[in-house]
Design a protein around this ligand. Structure first.
Ligand code: FES
Ligand code: FES
Length: 152
C-alpha cells in the first residue's frame, strides 16, 4: 500500500496510486487548504512542498511523492518559515478572495528555505506560475519581501 509522509505523519493512502496528489490531500485526508484551480498545472493554486521544493499537485500521481516530505498549507504554520510567511501575508493584506493564497504562501516559503535572502526579481520569477485573478501580486511581492527580511 502506498504511504505518504504528509505534514510530518506517515499516512496510508487508499486512493488509487495514480490519483493526483491534490485529490488525495483534499478528498482522502480532508486537507482542503490545497486548492484546485485549473487542474492542468497552469495556475499554481494546488502548490504544496515536497521536501523544500514547491510543486504543483493537481496532475501528478500521488505515488510519485512516495519518500518525500509533503507539507500542505495546514502543516506550514507548524514551521518557523511557514509561520513567518503567513504572518507577512496577513500584515501586507496579500489576499482578496484567497483562492490562490495557499499556493503562494507555499511558494514563498520554499523560496525562503531554498534561497534564504532573495530580491524582488527573484521572487517575481519564482511566483510567475501563480495566477491571481484578484490582482494581489503587488501585495504578495511585498509580503515575500517582508517575510525575507523577517518583518512579518
Ligand atoms: S490547480 Fe494545479 S496548477 Fe492549477
Ligand atoms: S486573491 Fe483571489 S485569486 Fe488571488
Amino acid at each position: 500500500m502506498l504511504k505518504l509522509r504528509i505534514n510530518g505523519q506517515l499516512r496510508a493512502v487508499t486512493s488509487a496510486p495514480d490519483t493526483p496528489l491534490a485529490y488525495v490531500l483534499r478528498d482522502e485526508f480532508k486537507l482542503k487548504g490545497t486548492k484546485i484551480g485549473c487542474g492542468l498545472e497552469q495556475c499554481g493554486a494546488c502548490t504544496v512542498l515536497a521536501d523544500d521544493e514547491a510543486v504543483q499537485s493537481c496532475a501528478t500521481p500521488a505515488a510519485v511523492f512516495e519518500g518525500r516530505a509533503i507539507t500542505t498549507i495546514e502543516g506550514l504554520s507548524q514551521t518557523p518559515e511557514g509561520k513567518r510567511v503567513q504572518q507577512a501575508f496577513v500584515a501586507q493584506r496579500a489576499a482578496q478572495c484567497g483562492y490562490c493564497t495557499a499556493g503562494l504562501v507555499v511558494a514563498v516559503t520554499s523560496l525562503l528555505r531554498t534561497q534564504g535572502a532573495f530580491d524582488r526579481a527573484t521572487a517575481q520569477t519564482a511566483l510567475r506560475g501563480h495566477l491571481c485573478r484578484c490582482g494581489s501580486h503587488p501585495r504578495v511581492l511585498a509580503a515575500a519581501e517582508a517575510a525575507q527580511k523577517g518583518d512579518g
